[in-house]
Design a protein around this ligand. Sequence first.
Ligand SMILES: *Cc1c(COP(=O)(O)O)cnc(C)c1O
Length: 234
Amino acid sequence: MTNIANNLSIICSKINIAAQNAHRNPDEVTLLAVSKTRQSEELMQLWQEGQRHFGENYLQEALDKIKLLQGNDICWHFIGPIQSNKTRSITENFSWVHSVDRLKIAQRLNDQRPDSLPPLNICLQINISEEQSKSGIIPAELPKLAEQIAAMPNIRLRGLMAIPANCEDPEQQRIPFARMQALLLQLQEQLPQQPLDTLSMGMSGDMDAAIAEGSTMVRIGTALFGPRDYSNKI
Ligand SMILES: *Cc1c(COP(=O)(O)O)cnc(C)c1O
């Protein structure tokens, strides 16, 4: 077994344990393999083990891999910051976008979605720790933006995504995740017609805390592939 395959089985058993500890069904938690900076050969090692969801942050790099791996039944998720001139490529090539935080971006993803594809699944990114430097809307902006996006025919509003402020303490890590879960519940009440079933939260360093607070999609890079090397990124 390769290292990467071994890491996958470790992560899957950690997801199972975290879900059981939270009295949740492990099937409710999808593993999104975050493959930014990784070669398509590395993605294929996971694919051979049954991994089908991959998350990418950088559009050009992602498009190269999507092309190389086409025909392999992969569900691609865009999880990085979005510039408005990139929306067409994103909505033509991905099934999910986790990092929507502006009406204009959602509108373009909707308008540019090809008719041949099902509606684009999106999550709204919440700046849950309300940090100056972070992307995402603050919670107070959520009801209005969600209502506007829910009316778009080529988009399915699936839920919320967050990257909380760095924190090492497992108990403290749960606080922003619990707030995210409360926000999703509020949104479900506000928009009962929408398929709001997704909380995209938890990374290599805080996955257990996220699952304890209701995460349905953990985004894992380092713990699967090892530390990233950004030296060849411009
Ligand atoms: C890079 C990245 C991850 C993965 O982080 P790791 O700590 O390597 O698991 C998850 N989510 C987003 C949005 C990222 O950019």
